[in-house]
Design a binder for this molecule. Structure first.
Ligand code: GLN
Length: 263
């Protein structure tokens, strides 16, 4: 078995060590005896993207996102959009996540027409949304209603990450949030949503890199690529004591700023 990963625009989109997510995915596949080949698609380069199973796009400053506009408006943009529609797996972080949407109006008033692969758009704000944060995967309406008293929360589906973005992202009706914010800002600091889910696309504002200290999240992304390619497959659990200790350490600190605590 083999998963082929295409790392999109690594020279332009790689803030806060986001490329560490690609290394984490490769290692967690290798520990299970599954091969993983990683190629990069550089700005201005053309590749047949149909042969890849999983795409990664990291974060980037407004300037780097503007540099990519020409590539995204041509052949590469169309191929990426087709891969999304075809149900290929994507992990896109912050600027890379914004790029999948319709447009991004930067805080300097520059309007970037992006791929339009996902029903979302982003508007830059004067104050950057920065800090460690945590969110629970899947819709959890109870998170929205939690106020006042401390609520127990099951930590198994909570992602901890680091966010630093001026963009406020708003989701349309054709997509779902990746999760709901327990502490921090998420998509826009207002509606408690974080990231996006659409077909096999996982978009998030989580830098870090996010995957090493959220092993369940990494495995969920890998399983989506394996399921699409092979249907059924063997994917035994890994011994994640070290990873889970790091996760718990950060999460317990972040939750101090929330209505939640770990049981
Ligand atoms: N330039 C985008 C913003 O400021 C994305 C930033 C990032 O990738 N960290 O919102």
């Amino acid at each position: 078995m083999e998963i082929r990963i295409c790392h999109l625009f690594p020279e332009a989109l790689n803030l806060y060590g986001d490329r560490g997510n690609v290394l984490c995915m490769k290692q967690r596949l290798s520990w299970r005896g599954i091969d993983c080949k990683i190629d990069s698609l550089h700005v201005g380069e053309h590749k047949d993207l149909s042969k890849y199973d999983l795409f990664f796009m990291g974060g980037g400053q407004d300037f780097e996102q503007e540099v990519l506009l020409q590539d995204l408006s041509g052949h590469n943009g169309q191929e990426i959009k087709a891969a999304v529609a075809d149900g290929k797996t994507f992990l896109c972080i912050c600027g890379g996540y914004q790029i999948l949407g319709r447009h991004y109006e930067t805080s300097a008033g520059i309007r970037c027409e992006f791929l339009g692969a996902l029903d979302l758009y982003t508007i830059g704000g004067a104050k950057r949304l920065i800090g460690n944060y945590a969110y629970r995967l899947e819709a959890e309406e109870t998170i929205l209603s939690a106020k006042g008293k401390k609520n127990n929360i099951d930590s198994r589906l909570i992602v901890v990450g680091f966010e630093n973005h001026s963009g406020r992202t708003y989701l349309g009706p054709d997509v779902k949030p990746l999760g709901y914010v327990l502490a921090g800002n998420g998509n826009n600091g207002k509606d408690r949503t974080e990231g996006v889910r659409y077909k096999n696309v996982f978009g998030t504002y989580s830098h870090g890199p996010v995957l090493p200290k959220n092993p369940f999240f990494c495995d969920r992304i890998l399983r989506s690529a394996l399921e699409r390619k092979y249907g059924s497959f063997s994917f035994p659990p890994l011994e994640d004591a070290f990873e889970n200790a790091a996760h718990h350490q950060v999460l317990s600190q972040v939750l101090k700023r929330s209505f939640f605590h770990l049981p």
